[in-house]
Design a protein around this ligand. Structure first.
Ligand SMILES: Cc1ncc(COP(=O)(O)O)c(C=O)c1O
Length: 424
């Protein structure tokens, strides 16, 4: 497969065309280890650029505020049916424009202003949308926290969670994270939610692909009420959001909240692309892919730990690793991000649990395996990638050494074409 040419774009807007081809080159020649990123298939990419962009479809299939919905209804119905099958649940809303709108849509569907949400502490892995003070959400809802009991094992303090739930009487208990490498005990959380009379909601944005591929447990298996997600991370779809309900009965509340409560018209080309991605994720190969993501992350974690690096929770159960760079290598997370960028390895700086440093220059980096696994890399390649990064640490302050390493990384990447781009 050759890279998309974008002839019309080139003619109309050479500057944007140059940026698009530059970005394609960057993706092909570099190693993508940001755990929330992935490479979509050519089919998903093509669908995102279709004429559905031209269509307004406010409402839901069979109940729209505009005419001409034959094909829009068909794609949204397919997306809904496939999402329900993939996640084995009673209701799916495929319209959230991204993960944050899926969070907001869910909160407003299930909560009243002033209600309390019990979510994961942000420095212990929770996401901004779980009640960071910089978000508007904290002006409306009251967020309280649970944490890890033990940073070495990553075990959550479920006894404390129960105490907080008894004291604070949350209306929602929120599982989910963007920087936590272990599996949560959903059964225990559901029990605590039941006792508190709270909804059990999981934000599985990061691990949706792992759940779809049965590489980790689904919160629905333990009776969670709602799962919300992005579709563009491990699930390998277009940028977008998704809200699922275990029971169909809760669906009407969610639908009303997404539209007209919060959003306007759905971005129908993205809904169509979600349908394509769900079809891809329903194939048996996707389960192999999901399991390989986890195997790769475990292997890379082992390689770093063997070198003496300190990993938060001493390993991983999912797709991501969190490394304490200050303790491991005597550099900050920002310095590590810049150093690895220099050799064509992209990851992101990240706070570690109870980090004494600030988010723009924290102690850690976060990295993950969904994208490199999409390129067909396995355990041997994970060891090689860890070796490249450790070598970069050893050669920091040696520009020529880093240049040579960058050339090696580029040559290595050439062997693993990016699906969707192909040879560039
Ligand atoms: C757990 C979690 N929830 C929500 C979001 C927000 O998703 P988006 O960036 O698509 O709005 C993210 C994104 O990083 C996330 O990790």
């Amino acid at each position: 497969m050759s890279a998309p040419a974008y002839h019309s774009l080139k003619k109309t807007d050479p500057e944007i065309h140059a940026a698009v081809t530059g970005e394609m080159q960057r993706q092909v020649e570099g190693v993508e280890l940001i755990p929330s990123e992935n490479y979509i298939s050519r089919a998903v990419m093509e669908t995102m650029g279709t004429v559905f962009n031209n269509k307004y479809s406010e409402g839901y299939p069979g109940r729209r505020y505009y005419g001409g919905q034959t094909y829009a209804d068909a794609v949204e119905s397919l997306a809904i049916a496939r999402a329900k099958k993939l996640f084995n649940c009673g209701h799916a809303n495929v319209q959230p424009h991204a993960g944050a709108p899926a969070n907001v849509g869910t909160y407003f569907a299930l909560l009243e202003p002033g209600d309390t949400v019990l979510g994961m502490d942000l420095s212990h892995g929770g996401h901004l949308t779980h009640g960071h003070p910089v978000t508007y959400l904290t002006k409306i809802f009251n967020f309280v926290r649970y944490k890890m009991k033990d940073i070495e094992s990553g075990e959550i303090d479920y006894d404390e969670m129960r105490e907080v739930a008894r004291r604070e009487k949350p209306k929602m208990i929120l599982a989910g994270f963007s920087a936590y490498p272990r599996e949560l005990n959903y059964a225990r959380m559901k029990e605590i939610a039941e006792e508190a009379g709270a909804y059990a909601v999981a934000d599985m944005a990061h691990i949706a692909g792992l759940i779809a591929g049965r590489a980790v447990r689904s919160p629905f298996e333990d009776g969670f009420d709602v799962i919300l997600s992005t579709t563009h991370k491990s699930l390998r779809g277009p940028r977008g959001g998704l809200i699922l309900c275990r029971e169909a009965a809760l669906g009407a509340k969610i639908d009303k909240s997404v539209f007209p409560g919060f959003q306007g018209g759905p971005i129908m080309q993205m809904v169509a692309a979600k349908a394509v991605a769900f079809k891809e994720a329903l194939r048996p190969e996707f389960a192999d892919y999901a399991k390989q993501i986890v195997a790769n992350a475990k292997c890379m974690a082992e390689a770093f730990m063997q070198s003496g690096a300190r990993l938060i929770t001493n390993g991983t159960d999912n797709h991501l690793l969190l490394i304490d760079c200050v303790e491991s290598w005597g550099i900050t997370g920002r310095e590590a991000e810049e150093l690895f960028d220099r050799i064509g390895v992209t990851l992101n700086k990240n706070v570690i649990a109870d980090d004494p440093r600030k988010p723009m220059d924290p102690s850690g980096v976060r990295l993950g395996t969904p994208a490199v696994t999409t390129r067909g890399m396995k355990e041997a390649e994970m060891k090689k990638l860890a070796a490249f990064m450790l070598e970069a640490v050893a050669r920091r302050g040696d520009p020529a050494g880093l240049d040579a390493l960058h050339a090696e990384v580029k040559a290595f990447c050439k062997k693993y074409p990016v699906p969707g781009i192909g040879e560039n």
